[in-house]
Design a protein around this ligand. Structure first.
Ligand SMILES: [Ca+2]
Length: 426
């Protein structure tokens, strides 16, 4: 390993990558070259990109090299050399490890690869290849647990999953607000999304019929549709998955148009268009963003491209803070799950929109645009997850359920750590 270089306190990297040509005596496809750069486990062949890193975390940069077989020469030695802002870095290893300690300015990384070859006639020669990387850091900010705001920006309060889990015991949580609570008196009333209800038991058995279950809610007994409730298993059994995030990445006027991934800006991870258009918040905003979901999105785009689909992703909702999520939920009961993963920075709602129509493309080629197009994307995401060993939620929707949002079928992805699948056709 070569020596760690402490350069900047780093969080985000924006890295346009340029690949230059090779030596004059060989065709470009005939000599080794750096195909991509792997940064903290994410492989990028083109830029610009960002890689979120917490302060003090190390950034590992590793060039990925393709060495095509050649009958004209034998590769006998190779060496990589790095320059940062024009200054050479001495390294004993191919991997560059940075801990960024300064947050200003743009860093230019330059990696040169030099290969010694022995040609078939015995002559020794050198081949070189160079990549330039521009890195624009931003800072992750720590938020103390329980604080509802960060640097004056309102985030809100996360659903409480700490402490006494016995309050979940034997309860059901209302997971859809489109249902009514039918009191035994015959009256019906709205029942809030996220409400906890107690199943009524007789002789040790829960009272239910084919579609409904008898529950107690706010001291009253009544019926609710079975499909409106479920055991809050995941929260009860895995509360750590629902702990509030500690680290937040700023979305500022300076970086909001900067790319996290090719074609996808920081602003796109910041709530949804409706939020940004309807609510006149000043920047900066602070969003949690899990590196795993960025990695998955990047690989998903690459997989779409590999399968011949246009990889023009439009994120219709990225992270969503609890203030917005739960506030909107109260205003419009059809919106947002109480434990929505969008609050934790590992969820995305997206469409493939190569025509910029704000609608999903006809992914399955049947001439229609509907949930089946989202289903096709879900299948691809499913296969990718199996390959990556990731677990979380995959959901498809026929349309957004709230006026003002992009109205299209869409795909939801999250990495909650537990398997969840759903398909909403309304
Ligand atoms: Ca279709």
């Amino acid at each position: 390993m070569f020596e760690k270089q402490r350069i900047m306190k780093l969080i985000l990297l924006i890295i346009p990558l340029l690949v230059f040509g090779c030596g004059p005596d060989y065709e470009p496809g005939e000599v080794p070259y750096v195909t991509s750069v792997k940064i903290n486990g994410i492989s990028f062949s083109e830029g610009p990109i960002s890689v979120p890193v917490k302060p003090g975390e190390e950034l590992t940069i590793f060039p990925e090299i393709k060495t095509p077989p050649s009958k004209r020469y034998e590769l006998t030695d190779s060496k990589l050399s790095w320059r940062i802002n024009g200054r050479p870095f001495s390294t004993e290893n191919d991997t560059l490890i940075l801990t960024v300690e300064d947050t200003t300015g743009l860093i230019t990384l330059r990696v040169s690869s030099r290969w010694q070859i022995t040609e078939s006639g015995g002559r020794k020669a050198y081949l070189t290849d160079t990549n330039s990387l521009n890195i624009r850091p931003a800072v992750a900010v720590k938020r103390d647990p329980g604080q509802s705001s960060l640097n004056g920006y309102e985030i809100g309060t996360f659903p409480d999953v700490s402490g006494d889990y016995s309050r979940w015991k034997d309860k059901l949580v209302v997971i859809n607000s489109g249902f009514k609570f039918e009191k035994e008196s015959g009256e019906t009333e709205k029942i809030d999304y996220g409400s906890l209800v107690d199943p009524v038991e007789k002789n040790g058995k829960i009272v239910s019929d084919e579609d409904k279950i008898l529950v107690k809610y706010r001291g009253q007994t009544g019926w609710i549709a079975k499909k409106a409730v479920r055991l809050p298993h995941s929260i009860k059994l895995f509360p750590s998955l629902y702990e509030e995030p500690t680290w937040y990445y700023p979305v500022t006027n300076a970086n909001k148009n900067g790319y996290v991934l090719p074609g996808i800006t920081w602003e796109k991870f910041d709530h949804d268009e409706y939020y940004r258009q309807q609510l006149n918040f000043d920047f900066p905003h602070y969003i949690p963003l899990d590196r795993k979901i960025i990695r998955e999105l990047h690989l998903f785009c690459q997989e779409l491209d590999r399968r011949g689909y246009p990889a023009r992703i439009k994120i219709i909702c990225g992270t969503r803070n609890p203030s917005y999520n739960q506030g909107e939920r109260e205003k419009d009961a059809t919106l947002k799950a109480l434990y929505s993963r969008h609050q934790y920075g590992d969820a995305l709602d997206l469409i493939v929109d190569s025509s910029h129509s704000r609608r999903m493309d006809d992914i399955n080629g049947d001439g229609l645009i509907n949930i089946k197009d989202a289903d096709r994307l879900a299948e691809i995401a499913e296969e990718l997850r199996e390959d990556l060993g990731l677990e979380g939620g995959i959901g498809t929707y026929n349309q957004h359920d709230v006026q003002g949002r992009i109205q299209s079928s869409y795909l939801h992805l999250d990495l909650r750590g537990l398997r969840a699948r759903w398909r909403i056709t309304n």
